[in-house]
Write a protein that binds this ligand. Structure first.
Ligand code: CTP
Ligand code: MG
Length: 454
């Protein structure tokens, strides 16, 4: 058994002081939730929509929100027999009626449409859903959420602080958030970990020994096949893995964060010092010392939500790496950064240039027909440097088509398999910048990204 330092009570208190919602904050949030609930009821009455019930869900309804975050999830539920079409039209009509009292409203789309509004400074999701009998009978993915609430709320009562600590600790480790950009831990998952292990501390201790394939099945629903690194069977729906969105790297980053924290439990694991943007001179110095090649494909940020954009960027990252590899470039790593106006897919290569000569190995000389054809073809080719026999095979030193990675990308990037909006943006225009050229990107957020990159 490995021994770890214990977590000082004082440290937990210091963290909690900063993340626990204050009493006035709680009262305000509660008041706004009540107000929204009556707005929904009034709207339904006004529009003559029967059978509508309102339910507050998410961390705001469970007392597990981090102080300062202002989001409220309002579920507007309709009887199960409502048709999907009706749910969408009536649900959105009710939501839009409520939005008349809001500062701002925006249509959003998950599996079906919902409305995001800013109401008295709070970020509110108004989500229409079906009122089904159980979470295993859902008609739409969001129908589970009210069941999550019913499961978590009574079990987390009195342990809310443990959830707050864990959420903040995950934030500090860069692993909190189940959006496709982060692929980390969701709020609900954090709550289930605390319910399962009993506390923040126990979760940290347990995670130090996690391995991919770790299973947590609070209600003992029994074995169900899931491939993901962490499998947390949803207590309200045995078919679902609550940790399905968690990537292997975020799973491992969390394990690492826990182990390091227990070696020296400090505040910085919850609140890491913010990284300063790199200055031009620092960039140049680092590039000089690395002696690799930096390439950035820069293009206009497509106007889509992050959950649509990031999967496309991750796909592009893969496609670009495969293309470079196919043409003999050695990729050290790839990454993506996206800002409000510009997006960059980054690559670090061992070298961005290759010699003009490329060794092309043909068939063994004794495979007569193939060998003769091969020889004829390459002998006649323009720019061939020479030919010889090596290990019984014809070898020709031919001219490399793309001696620079930049040239390769300029020529071939558009024909890579890319997601729709990224492809559109790339087709409009893109730029490839190299090495010191990345100093052209001034966005402070990019400069912070660079600090980890180089
Ligand atoms: N990938 C997701 C996202 C959300 N939900 C459900 O929708 C609720 C609200 O989602 P969200 O606001 O993202 O999470 P919170 O639990 O409220 O956590 P946070 O404190 O980060 O807002 C969650 O509690 C959960 O029941 C879910 O099941 N799966
Ligand atoms: Mg929330």
């Amino acid at each position: 058994m490995e021994t770890y330092t214990s977590i000082p009570e004082e440290l937990k208190l210091t963290v909690l002081e900063r993340i626990q919602p204050t009493e006035p904050e709680r009262e305000k949030l509660l008041a706004i939730q009540k107000e929204l609930a009556s707005q929904v009821k009034l709207a339904a009455e006004k529009l003559g929509v029967p059978g509508v019930l309102v339910k507050m869900v998410g961390s705001a309804a469970r007392g597990t929100w981090l102080s300062g975050t202002h989001d409220i999830d309002v579920f507007i539920s309709f009887p199960e027999e409502t048709s999907r079409k009706e749910l969408e039209t009536l649900g959105m009509a009710v939501a839009k009626e409520v939005a008349k009292h809001a500062e701002h409203a925006e249509d959003r789309h998950a599996e079906h449409p919902y409305l995001n509004i800013i109401y008295k400074g709070f970020d509110v999701d108004l989500v229409p859903c079906f009122r089904v009998a159980s979470a295993s009978h859902i008609k739409s993915a969001v129908d589970r959420t009210p069941f999550h609430n019913d499961f978590v709320k009574p079990r987390i009562k009195g342990h809310e602080d443990e959830v707050l600590l864990l959420k903040q600790f995950m934030r500090g480790g860069g692993v909190y958030g189940s959006e496709l950009k982060t692929q980390g831990f969701s709020g609900y998952l954090t709550e289930l970990l605390v319910i399962s292990y009993g506390s923040f501390k126990n979760t940290i201790y347990a995670a130090c020994s996690w391995k991919p394939g770790e299973k947590i099945d609070i209600m003992q629903h029994g074995e169900i096949d899931h491939e993901e690194p962490l499998v947390v069977i949803d207590p309200t729906d045995p078919r679902r893995n609550v940790a399905a969105a968690l990537s292997l790297d975020k799973f491992c980053m969390f394990i690492d964060h826990c182990r390091e924290f227990l070696k020296s439990p400090e505040l910085s694991f919850f609140f890491p010092a913010s990284l300063l943007p790199l200055e031009d001179s620092e960039i140049l110095e680092k590039l000089e010392s690395r002696k690799s090649t930096q390439l950035a494909v820069v293009f206009k940020t497509p106007d889509v939500v992050e959950d649509v954009l990031f999967p496309q960027l991750y796909k592009m990252e893969q496609a670009v790496a495969a293309l470079l590899k196919e043409y003999d470039f050695t990729v050290i790593k790839t990454g993506v950064w996206s800002g409000n106006t510009e997006t960059a897919v980054m690559m670090e290569l061992i070298s961005g240039t290759l010699p003009n000569v490329k060794k092309h190995i043909g068939p063994p000389v004794w495979v007569k027909v193939h060998a003769e054809k091969f020889k004829e073809k390459y002998q006649a080719e323009d720019g061939v440097f020479g030919g010889y026999i090596e290990n019984g095979k014809y070898v020709f030193e031919i001219r490399r088509k793309y001696p620079t990675a930049k040239g390769l990308l300029e020529d071939r990037l558009r024909s890579c398999s890319l997601g729709k909006q990224v492809h559109q943006s790339i087709n409009e225009s893109f730029e490839i910048i190299e090495d010191a050229g990345i100093c052209r990107l001034k966005d402070p957020d990019f400069r912070v990204f660079l600090r980890k990159w180089i």
